[in-house]
Design a binder for this molecule. Structure first.
Ligand code: GDP
Length: 292
């Protein structure tokens, strides 16, 4: 999580993904259900070429269910297969192999016609830091995972993890850099905890969070902090929360840093409730984000 993405890192990450891509039939792209487009690197298509793809929404347990459904429709309309999963409890995880099979069926049929019989599907997991790649790989590997060992032609000692009878997974994920040149995207990533707080001050992220949550989920703030959401500014709200939580400095002033840490900790752990940080309608006016 302490990676700062400089052009050199991006080029290296890209090379590594391109290398892994050559070894697999399908790419499993992880997006955070709370911010599916903001957590998506827009260069994914370019980097993975035309590999078949399955999108998984991670952390669906922390997201607003109705918006998750909207997002699933959004991606489905684009022709992308999506599965929501919770890597912590394993919900949705058993469907991954069968969905990969559905996606790859046409490819495997055409290979068969050419006399190539593939016994197993090979996949790699890919996504930005903190999206849940390791959690998912560990869960898929499970206790009974068989590591099939090195293969000829694989330069690094990569391991294949067997998932059921038909799927094999590269044991190391592809790590994509988050895209945060656009201020809204940056803020959403920061709210979710995907980018380090030293890029943006916690206080600024907390004020943005309070503005967003008081507009979209006022009840959750009222329940968590025993406040009444009226017409307060985010600054007044942070002040109120600080007071309620006893975040005081010497002299009785509110310790904003402490109050901001409380708000962000509550949001990122899910204690504040199920909150989604962007909706498909946020993107309607901007047009196709994929192009930037
Ligand atoms: P990676 O950097 O992409 O490998 O992400 P990790 O697998 O290390 O996960 C980052 C954090 O998110 C960890 O604290 C995980 O416990 C948490 N996490 C991952 N997947 C889920 C999920 O589906 N639900 C919830 N609530 N937390 C998750």
């Amino acid at each position: 999580m302490s990676i700062h993405w400089f052009p050199g890192h991006m080029a290296k990450a890209r090379r590594q993904i391109e290398e892994k891509c050559k070894q697999v039939d399908i790419v499993i792209e992880l997006l955070d259900a709370r911010l599916p487009l903001a957590s998506r690197n827009p260069m994914i298509d370019e980097i993975t070429g035309h590999k078949p793809r399955l999108v998984l929404f991670t952390k669906g347990d922390m997201a607003d269910e109705s918006l998750t459904n909207e997002w699933i429709s959004y991606f489905t309309q684009l022709g992308v297969s999506v599965l929501p999963i919770d890597a912590k409890t394993g919900k949705g995880v058993p469907k991954i192999a069968s969905t990969c099979e559905e996606i790859l069926e046409p490819l495997f049929v055409s290979r068969k016609k050419k006399g190539i019989v593939s016994k197993r599907m090979r996949a790699m997991v890919l996504g930005i830091p903190n999206v849940g790649k390791s959690s998912l790989i560990n869960r898929l590997a499970g206790r009974h995972a068989t590591q099939t060992g090195d293969r000829p032609g694989v330069t690094k000692a990569q391991q294949w993890i067997r998932v059921g009878k038909k799927l094999e997974l590269l044991d190391t994920p592809g790590i994509l850099w988050p895209k945060f040149e656009d201020p809204d995207t940056g803020m959403r990533l920061a709210m979710s905890g995907a980018i380090k707080d030293d890029i943006l001050p916690t206080e600024e992220i907390a004020l943005y969070t309070l503005k967003y949550v008081s507009f979209h989920y006022p009840k959750l703030l009222e329940e968590r902090y025993s406040v009444v959401i009226q017409e307060q500014t985010p600054v007044e709200l942070l002040d109120e929360i600080g007071k309620k939580r006893g975040c005081l400095m010497r002299g009785g002033e509110i310790d904003w840093d402490k109050a901001a840490d409380i708000v962000m900790g509550d949001l990122r752990s899910g204690r504040l409730g199920r909150i989604t940080l962007e909706s498909p309608s946020d993107y309607e006016e901007i047009g196709n984000e994929e192009n930037d």
